[in-house]
Design a protein around this ligand. Structure first.
Ligand SMILES: [Zn+2]
Length: 747
């Protein structure tokens, strides 16, 4: 297997590496249109004005700032000429997300309609307009909201006359558990003719907007997405996201309506997620421009096509540089997987024929290549675990620290170190040709295995594996001078896939790196090693992985030195103040181990008695002074017992203007009705209702006859209470509250 002399091998490897870097760079957004851009175009600068108007301060549900934002947005939509309404209702956690305490809220969704000329259904442009209490929500989800407004403005200014109805759906109370979207779905507001929802989300403050989740079957939707300017998606990510239920957006609440949903989100610089610095100054205009150009293009494309839900099936897809999305039928993935196996087998036979390597040596190398996979995954996991052990303040992070770039680089270099170590060892044990072809066999066999389980996800291995196997096979039958150039061309897909995966994969969070980034570097990076077959040093080759390992450690150390918490990069704390109004006793409670701020309130250990009942998952507690906070009241409207069933009607009310009310119990309840919403089967421990009306909320429950212990609780945002104002290098997590509870008397 002669693939060129030493120097040209290194050059070919350098070219492939350049393709990896260029692909990763090209995937990041660059540039934006200024506010002076023609009116018919989307301008990120114009969208930013809306972000500034709605997201300079936190605006969670149940606060006056929230109502100001709602009214301002409804006004803006009316000024754009859309028929705008506020749909009031009561939302609850989608029933599919089972919880012991069900979240509910009085919500006001903003629904603005642009009637189509001959509608076949509705295109919904969706985003949530509420924020968490812990930050102004400029990215999450001010950018989503502002992008929709600017996109609709640009469409109208361009004279577009869509065939389908277009509805701007700005949902409420997403941060409390998708409550606005759930209320929209429950009220039957979804177009019965069908439609498509383009949802806009953020879990960070930059990076490329990715289509990370989609309703299935997805072939029909994805063919439309292929025509938009930045179709950043791949069927590996959407398959993994579909299987994952922990991270939820309005997608989960809208999916059951039968509408088809595309969930777009960006996740770069994710330290700013739910953070006081998720403000307009931390919005990336380049990200907004990409998101907006996509929204305009999707509005046009879905706005003009027949939305009737056609018989369809899933597709495999992946994006290439310059806004290209390749969409393939699943049978083709199966064909490519088999063809790759045949080509790899043919290469092994040719090696044996030429006396370069035995089948046993190739299989030995393939087995060690497979072993390198868990080693790289473990090393990546271990690296981050070591960093967190050195800096325990990283433990409460939602995702990554503020300046994660050195850590990202450390993860990549560490994976390369594992790959280089494997290669050095495999060359020594099995010979250079067997080592290179062993990796090829490992990739093609894994690709074929995954194809049998999940062909849409397997494309990430099958497509580059097929081209690599075909390229290596070709080198046996073409003239010597052509071998290296041809092989380099056939390895380019592996470089493109690697470039598309690694950096954006890291941006979604270092903790996910062992599962996506490490396998990509070992398997796809392993294919790129081919041109080095004759360029690898014959002596002291072990210095290469050793140097990479040292570099990885140095990069991690640089990360620790560069990334520290300060006033502009505050650390997140969680703390709650809980007052038992019956006994006039109070406790500080935290779901996080004490940090340098909360240490003055709590120490490790669970709280006592009634506090432990109401605050589960607490790991720290401490005594607190009983402040004169007035208790919530539960007025018993009626209490009757009939043939073993007790029916109680209550009205709950906060006497101190708290933003949420809860009713809690420990004994089983048969049925539960809250503010007109039926919660039967009743949740195990109760409900928590945000933004209750001033007059209170009505509750009706039935329980077995006999005694019943009910507690009423109200919650306000801890910093509003002034009980524990943190220093500037600390901010409170969104569930930090000042709560007052009391036993419901007279039941
Ligand atoms: Zn959000």
């Amino acid at each position: 297997m002669r693939v060129g002399p030493r120097l040209s091998g290194v050059l070919a490897f350098a070219v492939l590496l350049a393709v990896v870097v260029a692909t990763a760079w090209g995937q990041q957004p660059h540039g934006h249109r200024p506010a002076t851009a023609p009116a018919g175009e989307f301008s990120a600068e114009r969208a930013l004005r809306t972000v500034e108007a709605i997201a300079s301060r936190p605006h969670p549900s149940g606060t006056p700032e929230h109502d100001r934002v709602r009214d301002l947005l409804a006004d803006d939509l009316r000024k754009l000429g859309l028929d705008t309404e506020i749909h009031s209702g009561v939302g609850r956690y989608p029933a599919a997300l089972e919880r012991d305490v069900v979240g509910m809220a009085q919500v006001g969704n903003i629904v603005a309609r642009w009637p189509g000329s001959a509608p076949t259904g509705t295109v919904y442009l969706a985003a949530h307009y509420d924020s968490v209490p812990s930050g102004p929500g400029a990215n999450d989800d001010g950018v989503g909201v502002a992008t929709i407004l600017e996109a609709v403005r640009a469409l109208r200014a361009s004279g577009a006359t869509p065939r389908n109805d277009l509805v701007v759906l700005l949902t409420d109370a997403e941060e409390l558990g998708l409550l606005g979207a759930e209320a929209f779905a429950d009220a039957g507001h979804a177009d019965p003719r069908g439609g498509v929802v383009v949802n806009h989300e953020a879990r960070g403050a930059g990076g490329p907007p990715l289509l990370w989740r989609i309703t299935h079957p997805d072939g029909d939707l994805i063919r439309t997405v292929a025509g938009i300017p930045h179709p950043d998606t791949d069927s590996l990510s959407t398959t993994l996201a579909g299987a994952q239920t922990g991270s939820n957006t309005d997608f989960a609440a809208l999916d059951p309506t039968g509408l088809r949903v595309l969930d777009w989100a960006y996740a770069g610089r994710n330290a700013y997620y739910h953070n006081p610095f998720d403000d307009p100054a931390h919005v990336s205009l380049a990200t907004v421009q990409q998101l907006g150009d996509n929204t305009v293009a999707q509005s046009r494309a879905f706005g003009d096509r027949d939305l009737a839900n056609r018989a369809d099936d899933d597709r495999a897809y992946f994006s290439l540089p310059f806004g290209t999305l390749i969409v393939l039928p699943l049978w083709l993935i199966a064909v490519l997987a088999v063809a790759a196996l045949i080509a790899a087998g043919w290469v092994v036979r040719a090696l044996r024929r030429d006396g370069e390597a035995s089948v046993r040596r190739v299989l030995g190398a393939a087995a060690t290549a497979l072993l390198a996979l868990p080693v790289a995954m473990g090393a990546t996991y271990g690296l981050w675990a070591a960093v967190v052990a050195i800096r325990p303040e990283y433990r409460p992070l939602f995702v990554d620290p503020y300046r994660p770039e050195s850590y990202y680089a450390a993860v990549l270099v560490l994976c390369v170190a594992v790959l280089a170590a494997w290669y050095t060892l495999a060359r020594k044990l099995f010979g250079p040709s067997a080592a290179a072809v062993g990796m090829l066999c490992c990739v093609t066999v894994l690709g074929a295995g995954f194809t049998a389980v999940a062909p849409a996800a397997a494309q990430a291995l099958v497509v580059p594996g097929f081209f690599a196997a075909a390229g290596v096979a070709l080198t046996f039958s073409i003239p010597a001078p052509w071998r290296l150039p041809v092989l380099t061309v056939f390895l380019t897909p592996a470089a493109l896939f690697l470039g598309a995966t690694v950096w954006s994969g890291l941006q979604t969070g270092i903790t996910g790196a062992p599962f996506l980034v490490a396998p990509s570097v070992v398997l796809l990076g392993g294919l790129l090693w081919f041109p080095l077959t004759h360029a690898w040093p014959k002596r002291r080759a072990v210095l290469i992985p050793a140097a990479a390992l040292v570099l990885a450690v140095a990069l991690a150390a640089a990360g620790l030195a560069v990334d520290r918490f300060d006033d502009r990069h505050p650390l997140m704390s969680q703390l709650a103040y809980a007052l038992d109004a019956d006994r006039q006793e109070a406790q500080w409670i935290s779901r996080q181990p004490p940090d340098h701020w909360t240490r003055r309130f709590v120490e490790s250990g669970a709280p006592r008695g009634q506090f432990a009942d109401l605050w589960s998952e607490t790991v720290a507690a401490g005594p607190a002074p009983a402040r004169p906070l007035s208790a919530p009241v539960a007025e018993v409207l009626s209490d009757t017992t009939d043939s073993g069933h007790r029916t109680i009607r209550l009205r709950l009310r906060s006497t101190r203007g708290a933003t949420a009310l809860a009713l809690r119990y420990d004994t089983p309840i048969h049925t539960l009705r809250v503010a007109g919403r039926d919660l039967t089967p009743a949740p195990k421990q109760g409900f928590q209702f945000t933004a209750p009306p001033a007059e209170g909320i009505d509750v009706e429950l039935t329980a077995p006859a006999g005694p019943l212990a009910l507690r009423v609780v109200d919650y306000s945002w801890l910093p509003d209470s002034g009980l524990a104002d943190p220093p500037p290098d600390i901010f409170y997590r969104q569930d930090s509250a000042a709560a007052v509870f009391a036993t419901v008397k007279g039941v």
